[in-house]
Write a protein that binds this ligand. Structure first.
Ligand code: GDP
Ligand code: IMO
Ligand code: MG
Length: 431
């Protein structure tokens, strides 16, 4: 077995994973998405053209890379169809290099409807892509897997049973009219399945047999992990390293020689509700949002912005056992005279050094900041360490010292070529 690299979000998602996976997957044979679904929005800019990938592994943009959608994902066939048609229209041929797990669960129209209804009753600000309900049905043993579509009788029975349940819920609990049609859903789903059936296979077996190098692309971020994140303001899958094994159907042993990198912005953002200790609600937050173009890639919602939370980042490094970090969007901080980083929380007169589980505490903590000097120079597009301002190097060194792992790369712009290797690139590229 060849090299294995895992790229994960180290914050609340949208860290720039898409850009980094695009960049690094060039050196890999296979790229695997293994959790979440079309709630993800991974942006890649290649030759001035912007791609936002929701379901597809980002590596698919490289003509030599095999893309894999593993069993831990929840697959919306409508989105899959749209994304693949879009690739085709841009001249990207995925023929023979996309595989979809036959064990993956489907996101059905009634999941999207339920997402909307749950959100209306005191929701958390989801992406409305049906992700939570699809995983609810999966863990409630009512889900429909791609392999169920091979047996029309079984598919019909599951669909009828689920539809009756959702209709009841809709009408009796939410007092909403339910007008999704079973026959139409059945016919549309089977039509799409027929179109992509040839791609559906046992991907765990494929990965076990693969002799090539594999990059695993996490979606969302560690702090949105259903177990380790800011519950209940999280997504419904394990978006930290915890999701690798259950998302791929492979033993933790399979990943024992993998290299794990966390991607973090040089500041922090989150979209949707939930605690965010370093959030800046005033002018500075607006400045970060404007300079960073912080609007959701999936929903277009403005992202909440704040200073880098090193307590949360160190927690992410610890629970994921990251070997290193990649810091993105350094250029967004170029015009700040002073840059703050959160080094502890304060709660009820006590100093908290470790990221707490309690939602109440997280909502009440006040960040304890260290103020570092800004560099007031453009870092946009810088490619060499020698061109970085000394204050920017100090900023990165401070992060490394605090979280205890090296920052191996900096991203200095949204384009593929805008990055700086900080550590030995030969070593990293041969990982
Ligand atoms: P992902 O979900 O982690 O892939 O991140 P998104 O694509 O949702 O959001 C990241 C945004 O930042 C996208 O618009 C990227 O094009 C952009 N981006 C990525 N890296 C950089 C960078 O280093 N500098 C700047 N200015 N933008 C970046
Ligand atoms: P990428 O992969 C940022 C957030 C939603 C909401 C919560 C639950 O692009 O980093 P869901 O629709 O998953 O049930 O919503 O999780 N969320 C994301 N935030 N980036 C993402 O993906 C996200 N995917 C979900 O905003 O707060
Ligand atoms: Mg995103």
């Amino acid at each position: 077995m060849d090299r294995k690299l895992v790229i994960l979000g180290a914050q609340w998602g949208d860290e720039g994973k898409g850009k980094i996976v695009d960049l690094l997957s060039e050196g890999y044979d296979v790229t695997v998405r293994y959790q979440g679904g079309s709630n993800a929005g991974h942006t890649v800019i290649v030759n001035g053209e912007k791609f936002i990938l929701h379901l597809l592994p980002t590596g698919i943009l490289h003509p030599h890379v095999v893309g894999v959608i593993a069993q831990g994902m929840v697959v919306d066939l409508e989105v899959l169809d749209r994304e693949l048609e879009n690739l085709k229209s841009k001249g990207i041929d995925y023929e023979g290099r996309l595989l979809i797990s036959d064990r993956a669960h489907l996101v059905m129209p009634y999941h999207k409807l339920l997402d909307k209804l749950f959100e209306r009753k005191g929701g958390i600000g989801t992406t409305l892509r049906g992700i939570g309900p699809a995983y609810m049905f999966k863990f409630g043993r009512k889900g429909i897997r791609l392999s169920d579509l091979d047996d029309e009788g079984r598919f019909r029975a599951l669909l009828e049973e689920n539809t009756a349940f959702v209709k009841d819920l809709c009408e009796k609990v939410f007092c909403e009219r339910y007008d999704l049609d079973v026959e139409e859903t059945l016919e549309r789903t089977l039509r799409l399945y027929e179109k992509y059936k040839a791609l559906v296979t046992d991907v765990s077996q494929y990965l076990l047999r693969s002799s090539g190098s594999i990059l695993f692309e996490g979606a969302q971020g560690t702090m949105l992990d259903v177990d380790m994140g800011t519950y209940p303001y999280v997504t419904s899958s394990n978006s930290s390293a915890l999701g690798l094994s259950n998302g791929t159907g492979l033993s933790p042993k399979f990943f024992s020689d993998a290299y794990l990198l966390g991607v973090a912005k040089a500041y922090t953002t989150r979209v949707g509700g939930g605690p965010f200790p370093t959030e800046l609600k005033g002018e500075e937050g607006n400045k970060l949002r404007d300079l960073g173009g912080e609007y959701g890639s999936t929903t277009g919602r403005p992202r909440r912005c704040g200073w880098l939370d090193l307590v949360a980042l160190r927690y992410a490094v610890q629970i994921n056992s990251f070997d290193g970090l990649i810091i993105t969007k350094l250029d967004v901080l170029d015009s700040f005279e002073e840059i703050k980083v959160c080094v502890a929380y304060e709660h009820g007169g006590e100093r908290i050094e470790h990221f707490p589980a309690s939602l109440k505490i997280l909502q009440e903590v006040r960040p304890v900041y260290r103020t570092l000097r800004g560099w007031l120079r453009s870092t946009k597009g810088i490619k060499e360490i020698k061109d970085l301002p000394p204050e920017a190097k100090d900023y990165i060194r401070f992060i490394e010292d605090f979280v205890g792992v090296p920052v191996i790369m900096l991203s200095t712009g949204p384009k593929r070529e805008e990055f700086v290797w900080l550590r030995d690139r030969i070593k990293v590229s041969s990982l």
